[in-house]
Design a binder for this molecule. Sequence first.
Ligand code: FAD
Length: 314
Amino acid sequence: MKDRGTKSVNEDIKQKFCRELGEEQVLFEEPMKRHTTFRIGGPAEVFVMPKTIEQVKTAVRICREEDLDWFVLGNGSNLLVSDQGYRGVIIQMDRNIGQVTVEGTEIHAAAGALLSSIASAARKASLTGFEFAGGIPGTLGGAVVMNAGAYGGELKDVLKEVTVMDRDGEIRIIPADELEMGYRTSIIKTAGYLVLSAVVSLEEGDGEAILNRTRELNEKRSEKQPLEYPSAGSTFKRPEGYFAGKLIMDSGLRGYTVGGAMVSEKHCGFVINKGGATASDVCELMNHVTEVVREKFGVTLEPEVKFLGEFDRR
Ligand SMILES: Cc1cc2nc3c(=O)[nH]c(=O)nc-3n(C[C@H](O)[C@H](O)[C@H](O)COP(=O)(O)OP(=O)(O)OC[C@H]3O[C@@H](n4cnc5c(N)ncnc54)[C@H](O)[C@@H]3O)c2cc1C
């Protein structure tokens, strides 16, 4: 979600954010490495932490009035932010807007709810169908945008409807089947929607079976994935008919390093920050991996990670 703007944030605009949202809800020149699972990213010119939907609306309204670029952040678990940071306004939809309620076999949750919280609410209510998502470290909003998925499940399998704010600031409820959710994609970004909340539809299940499945998937994750290092999960999408990690490994790039960024030795599909990595280290590494895999296998890897800010991508 990003409108093109032209103005920079002057003192008057800063004061306007503080006045209308409250000083404690706004930060300036906030390092984005504090808000991404990669632990990478330069400063956001304005960083807004709304606590209510009204404040989200206010933040977007100010961006429009002042013609500022803006970007919606979830848990920053699929994001690479440039070392130069972001000149514009980051609107963080996190636990502050993370209410989760169970109604029968449905879970109604605000966009900032972590998938782990929703999975936990489902487990407590003996509702099955969400086990696949409990270990994905994102928010519901980010998961809707990405159609997050794992272990044979995808968000689109359980999503009933989404409440969004559209480009004109109107609140709309959209059925899941109108969101064109495909492999790690949906129309949310292109349509310019800001996800406010969503309803997930599950089935009654057996509490113990749900717990066992959850434990099993958590074990698989920590066995296979380099969770001990900061990363943004799978760096590249799975190309049709291949696995990105296997292509990278078979290209001899296991452990390949640029600065502090490294192709994980545990899982070649992950780029990890082994300490002090910059966004340009990661970008350079991704460029190299893409080139080598293309040369060796004729397959073009597409990033799954979203880029924010300026990058030298090839
Ligand atoms: C260790 C690890 C394991 C992972 N495993 C998986 C996995 O198994 N499966 C999988 O699919 N992903 C996985 N991921 C990636 C990531 O967790 C998911 O893509 C997740 O859905 C991103 O959610 P987020 O809240 O962190 O989004 P962010 O990274 O904050 O944002 C991602 C995109 O969504 C947009 N966005 C976020 N919230 C909103 C909103 N409310 N309205 C509009 N746009 C919004 C952002 O603008 C951005 O374009 C993994 C990541 C890590 C670090």
